[in-house]
Write a protein that binds this ligand. Structure first.
Ligand code: FES
Length: 192
């Protein structure tokens, strides 16, 4: 993965170039914070042109260890705020953004990006999928950066960016916008 960090300002002209051409949602994600344009690849698409995603950086937080993870058994953790609940899971197959020797350890927010449906307890190990959401039945593919498999949601599930040091797993950023937040910045700006 290649990446570069750029400052994003409110007056940024989003017609400047291809990298800076952001939708309103992406612009809100930037929210004046430092964001990273990360070139990401999907499993099995090593030769494909890289995609560019916005990643908000947060303080690095230890959330678990590789040795303690069991395949298909999600572990819950809060990040980047105490009320933002996520899962850390060993998929057993390579996942986009995955860490560990098999690149199969990933982490995702558990709140549906459509209308905030709670998806705790819905991980399906047989399909490496989260869902269906209890409100409108969207299901998300955790091997492909949380892409929608089916359902009403149009946005991918926010992915927690991970790094490994030794056996320890750290959360270091968020890729996507957690439901209910107008921006993912270092200061919480949850909508009323
Ligand atoms: S809130 Fe999850 S699909 Fe609508």
């Amino acid at each position: 993965m290649t990446e570069k960090t750029i400052p994003v300002h409110a007056e940024h002209d989003h017609h400047d170039d291809a990298h800076a051409c952001m939708s309103r949602r992406q612009f809100l994600l930037a929210g004046g914070a430092m964001v990273t344009l990360a070139a990401i690849g999907l499993p099995g698409e090593a030769e494909a042109a890289p995609l560019h995603a916005l990643k908000a950086a947060y303080p690095q937080t230890k959330i678990g260890s590789l040795a303690a993870l069991k395949k298909g058994v999600p572990v819950e953790f809060a990040y980047p705020y105490p009320n933002v609940q996520n899962i850390l899971v060993k998929l057993g197959v390579k996942g986009g953004g995955g860490v560990g020797a098999q690149q199969d350890v990933v982490a995702f927010n558990q709140q549906c990006p459509h209308m905030g449906g709670p998806m705790q307890g819905t991980y399906k190990d047989a399909f490496q999928a989260l869902g269906p959401c209890p409100l409108h039945l969207t299901t998300f593919d955790l091997t492909r950066h949380g892409m929608v498999i089916s359902g009403h949601a149009t946005e991918s599930l926010p992915q927690i960016v991970l790094e490994v040091r030794g056996d320890d797993i750290y959360a270091v950023g968020v890729q996507g916008l957690v439901y209910g937040y107008s921006a993912m910045t270092s200061v919480a700006t949850k909508r009323a």
